[in-house]
Design a protein around this ligand. Structure first.
Ligand code: BES
Ligand code: MN
Ligand code: ZN
Length: 460
């Protein structure tokens, strides 16, 4: 397990128990406490409200028991608050009614993450001893994949360009014995003109990264992630306030990589493909311009209405590659539009699909693992907002309406053969710390996709 997460240990001998309590269970829990502990809880005004913590001493004055209030149980990631709140030491979740120990353990791990690349970050974290029956290895794999994705998002663009995105995927491929192909240079210019066009503004060479794993005859699942190492907006340059956070514009790639890592780590029965177009959208004399017209990989010509709508351009070529083999399931992840954030806020990624049954399965998988999303419509009549007078389509609509939907409709044009296609428009960032979700880079929808795929293509 990496340094960025709290340790999971097996031996629970002297671990301090954490007793989770709800308003319903509190009276009986309180009644069963040793009298001095019950008195201490009362004296310190403990109540079973969401996130409340009481550190109860034993007769010898040492920490003997932790009370943790769950409130109405609405926030299932609440135990993720604990690693940041408890003193160093080893703890374990005591069995309690209505508490899913595996979920609490995952919340703990996700909440223990800190970004430590540039300085030692804070004090020693408490360790967690595994509860009987909880698959610690499976949970650690998931938390590790999330932590690595968060590290990628948090790493500033001076240390994370297209090369480093490739290196991160190479490392995951090596760990799981996956194959990797990378297209750059003249080959990229010929075969992925939109990726080349966007990425040519930067001295840090653009590339198309293509990982495959698993038996060729298994169901085909392809994940595509937007890998914009930094988004200045290009010649349609962003104002500084909008550019400030744009190191996170590879948050889609981070989510796709994390999902792929989880899928391969769990050995699911599928043939996985992970495609990441990796670029920097920079400003230079080599930069593409508003009004340029480019023939995409799919053959459609695209007029550039705005160089800041670069994500859909690089995804278009990546989706065309994916679509050529018409996979059984195609999922793309992207920090694609500000409009999706305006509609749903930072914590709730939008998703789009034409397949109602698949949409239901996506929503359910998100609920099951507390990685929630919300569906928005692929409203076909809005496709005309992307009409161009000189090319097959424009990369933006002229007006202020339905920006997340028109972006999704743009993408759909490039994967016509694939029926089961899910597009996630995500934010990739926690604006402030919440339980299990430390402020900074966030990996959204990867656990959802892992849950969805685990249900559809379980390990043989
Ligand atoms: N990376 C941005 C979208 C974004 C901005 C996501 C802020 C999350 C937070 C994307 O490349 C972009 O700039 N989109 C433009 C599209 C517009 C020019 C049609 C946007 O949303 O403003
Ligand atoms: Mn942009
Ligand atoms: Zn972008």
């Amino acid at each position: 397990m990496s340094q960025t997460l709290s340790r999971l240990v097996r031996d629970a001998e002297d671990a301090v128990p954490i007793t989770c309590v709800t308003p319903d269970s509190w009276p009986s829990v309180e009644a069963a406490l040793p009298l001095p502990q019950a008195a201490y809880a009362r004296a310190t005004d403990f109540a079973p409200k969401a996130g409340r913590i009481a550190l109860l001493p034993g007769d010898d004055g040492r920490l003997a028991n932790i009370l943790f209030g769950l409130g109405d149980g609405e926030d299932r990631m609440l135990p993720g608050k604990l690693p940041g709140a408890l003193p160093p030491g080893t703890y374990r979740f005591a069995p309690a009614d209505g508490v899913d120990a595996a979920e609490a353990t995952l919340a703990w791990l996700l909440g223990s993450y800190r970004f430590g690349r540039y300085r030692a970050n804070g004090s020693e974290r408490p360790a967690l001893a595994l509860t009987e029956g909880v698959d610690g290895e499976a949970l650690a794999r998931i938390a590790e994949a999330v932590a690595q994705g968060r590290d990628l998002v948090n790493t500033p663009a001076n240390d994370l360009g297209p090369t480093e995105i490739e290196a991160a995927i190479r490392a995951v491929a090596a760990r799981h014995g996956a194959d990797l192909a990378v297209v750059t240079g003249a080959d990229l210019a010929r075969d992925f003109p939109l990726v080349h066009t966007v990425g040519s503004s930067s001295p840090r060479a653009p590339r198309l990264i293509d990982l495959t794993w698993g038996p060729a005859d298994a169901p085909r699942v392809t994940l595509v992630g937007k890998g914009v190492a930094f988004d200045t907006g290009g010649l349609d340059i962003k104002p500084s306030s909008a550019m400030l956070l744009m190191k996170k514009d590879m948050g889609g790639a981070a989510a796709a990589i994390a999902a792929a890592d989880m899928v391969m780590g769990s050995g699911l029965h599928l043939r996985l493909r992970l495609i990441v177009p990796a670029v920097e959208n920079a400003v230079s004399g080599e930069a593409f311009r508003p009004g340029d017209v480019i023939r995409s990989r799919a053959g459609l010509t695209v007029e550039i209405g705005n160089t800041d709508a670069e994500g859909r351009l690089i995804l278009a070529d990546a989706l065309a590659l994916a679509d050529a083999e018409a996979p059984d399931l195609l999922i793309d992840f992207a920090t694609l539009t500000g409009a999706a954030r305006v509609a749903l806020g930072p914590d709730l990624p939008a998703f789009f699909t034409e397949d109602d049954a698949l949409a239901q399965a996506v929503s359910e998988a998100g609920l099951a693992c507390a990685d929630p999303v919300w569906r928005l419509p692929l409203h076909k009549p809005y496709a005309s907002l992307l009409d161009s007078k000189v090319a097959d389509l424009n990369n933006v609509s002229g007006g202020p309406f339905a920006g997340a939907i028109t972006a999704a409709l743009f993408l759909r044009r490039f994967a016509p053969a694939t029926r089961a296609h899910v597009h996630f428009d995500l934010y990739g960032w926690n604006p402030s710390t919440k339980p299990g979700r430390p402020e900074g880079g966030e990996v959204q929808t990867a656990r959802l996709v892992h849950t969805l795929l685990s249900r559809r293509y379980p390990k043989a």
